[in-house]
Design a protein around this ligand. Structure first.
Ligand code: SAM
Ligand code: SF4
Length: 333
């Protein structure tokens, strides 16, 4: 049992036991809300953590109380050594999970199983292949949808991440909820968040109230489910459906009070909040053989109370504040 004082704690008493590791800033899709068509300026390969470095740094976090690790990206599965990384991290006493766009998921099903991965989040923002193409700029709808069905069939606990953008896919909310009638998945509606160059503005957000209003108008019995500890989503189910749905409103109803997350970017920088425009380089001192534990502790300690310091929603309207934050694909969503 970990001593409480070992656990990475910030000045508001929040204990950080959930580490998200980005394996790469590369991706085989170009989702409009995440990165520009031409891609992003990629970090040089030498600055990206090797699988050995990922394992050693992750082990240090686990030693200091991390109990859950989620791999993300960019697209984590485009890394050639993704399988090796999964196998190494599976040796640690922490729950291992992954967020993927699903394109390469079928190639890794055996590894997921041997690594005891049970929960997999797959991003899919439209059930219409044409719209999928518009949003991702790639023709991969059938592959992604097929792989979601395969993962479910293979017994994985699948969540589908849907970023809602007003006027684009908010007319598919009910179609996604209908999907939960036969499929045992959780569809998670995520509010569009501001990042460097993603043409965000507050008016493009589909709020929690608007989502619930649409669902309530269509379904008479919407059941509120219990949320897990530190859950970032509010969970619901339609009576009689096998699956469920959830709303993640990081912008309009931030869940910062119970936040237990920290993020490690592919180039080994620690970000204490997704909204924060600052980050701390761990990889350089790690490569120099320095003890990075005090650096980690201080970074966690400096975490701001709400949305990386943007306590007021109106601050988000100021691009000068949020555009310094690199895109989701290079942070690791
Ligand atoms: N490539 C993988 C994927 O798409 O699932 C993993 C990385 S992606 C950055 C992780 C999650 O961040 C995805 O569910 C994606 O939809 C979400 N995301 C990316 N940009 C976003 C934005 N601007 N607002 C909200 N969610 C975003
Ligand atoms: Fe790639 Fe995921 Fe970003 Fe889409 S959301 S561009 S799949 S990293």
């Amino acid at each position: 049992m970990k001593k409480d004082s070992d656990i990475l704690t910030d000045s508001f008493g929040r204990k950080h036991q959930y580490l998200r590791i980005s394996l790469t800033d590369r991706c085989n899709l170009r989702c409009t809300y995440c990165m520009p068509e031409e891609g992003i300026q990629l970090a040089p390969r030498s600055s990206i953590m090797s699988y050995g470095e990922i394992y050693s740094i992750a082990r240090l976090f686990v030693k200091h109380g991390v109990t859950k690790i989620r791999l993300t990206g960019g697209e984590p599965l485009v890394r050639k050594d993704a399988g090796i990384i999964l196998e190494k991290l599976a040796l640690l006493p922490a729950e291992l999970t992954i967020t993927t766009n699903g394109i390469l998921a079928d190639k890794h099903i055996d590894t997921f199983r041997t690594c005891r991965i049970k929960k997999i989040n797959v991003s899919l923002d439209s059930l219409c292949p044409e719209k999928f193409l518009q949003i991702t700029r790639r023709h991969s709808f059938n592959k992604v949808y097929g792989n979601i069905l395969s993962l479910i069939k293979e017994g994985f606990n699948v969540k589908i991440n849907v970023v809602l953008v007003r006027g684009f896919n908010d007319n598919e909310i009910i179609d996604f909820v209908k999907l939960t009638k036969e499929l045992p998945v959780c569809v998670r509606f995520i509010e569009f968040m501001p990042f460097d160059g993603n043409r965000w503005n507050l008016d493009k957000i589909v709020s929690f109230e608007q989502i619930l209003k649409q669902v309530n108008a269509r379904y008479p019995e919407v059941i509120r489910l219990a949320d897990a500890a530190n859950d970032t989503s509010e969970n619901y189910q339609i009576k009689g459906h096998r699956g469920s749905f959830a709303v993640i409103s990081s912008v309009t109803r931030p869940f910062c009070g119970g936040c237990n997350r920290i993020r490690l970017t592919a180039n080994g920088h620690l970000k204490n909040c997704l909204f924060s425009s600052t980050e701390t380089d761990l990889l350089t001192p790690f490569r120099e053989g320095k003890d990075i534990e005090p650096i980690i502790r201080n970074t966690v300690l400096a975490k701001k109370k709400i949305r990386g310091g943007m306590e007021e929603i109106k601050q988000l309207k100021d691009p000068a504040l949020h555009s310094k934050n690199r895109s989701m694909t290079s942070i690791g969503g």
